[in-house]
Ligand binder design. Sequence first.
Ligand SMILES: Nc1ncnc2c1ncn2[C@@H]1O[C@H](COP(=O)(O)OP(=O)(O)O)[C@@H](O)[C@H]1O
Ligand SMILES: [Mg+2]
Length: 271
Amino acid sequence: MTTVTRTTDPHRGAPAGEPLLFADDLTAGYLTGVDILRGCSLVLHPGELVGIIGPNGAGKSTLLKALFGLVSVRSGRVTLAGADITNARADDLVRRGIGYVPQTNNVFPSLTIEENLQMGLYQAPARFAARLEVVLGLFPELGPRRRLRAGSLSGGERQMVAMARALMMEPSVILLDEPSAGLSPVRQDETFLRTRRINKAGVSVVIVEQNARRCLQICDRAYVLDQGTNAYSGPGRQLMHDPKVVELYLGTLATDVERDSPTAHDDTADD
Ligand SMILES: Nc1ncnc2c1ncn2[C@@H]1O[C@H](COP(=O)(O)OP(=O)(O)O)[C@@H](O)[C@H]1O
Ligand SMILES: [Mg+2]
């Protein structure tokens, strides 16, 4: 047997230099005595798009919450451009340039789109007009609809509002929790393309995704989490073709089914 770089090494395939965001060996959980993250690490370098995939319950959402100060880190460290931000408060993290888009309940349904975007910038209201222009440039569909209540929008549109709101503060890093969940395949594709566009516009991205293959296609590097710890990491395309990752986490059945029945998605919920 030959040995290559350990596939659990969180730096595998990462560029040189200081990471923008570094989660180093985190232990974290909700209930006393129950650790959900058990030695979990992630690095995000400036300009990168990094994915997190893994089975349900692996701790993907918990990792994002730990990065954003929403679940307490019991051991290990989180740094942002070298500064310790372990267990910092979410509002402090927003001020320091981290945006977070939770998977659900991520808009204020009774507020209009524009009011939702204002909420994203409540810490810096004077910048509203300038930021609105930039953010509507990334989400041109929202402009004409800005007076509509977010609660009246489709799932795909609400997801756009949630992302747009997080971008209002001009974050250097954005954490996205399953932005494509519950959307039709066409809307899912749009979400992935838009995520890439946001990344190309200069925002470093950590994206948790249930659509593992698509995620590996678009990201620079990815992490496979399993049972609260790093199972595999490396460049997205490398993981996509790693026989172990395919066997354990990507599977072949789903793609075969998709290929055999082009209409299989017709009943997917969205608008
Ligand atoms: N608020 C919570 N309180 C207690 N346990 C939770 C809470 N949220 C998630 N968990 C548990 O943490 C584990 C990881 O959940 P999660 O991070 O949501 O996984 P994933 O996002 O990978 O599907 C699961 O066992 C889940 O039941
Ligand atoms: Mg989750």
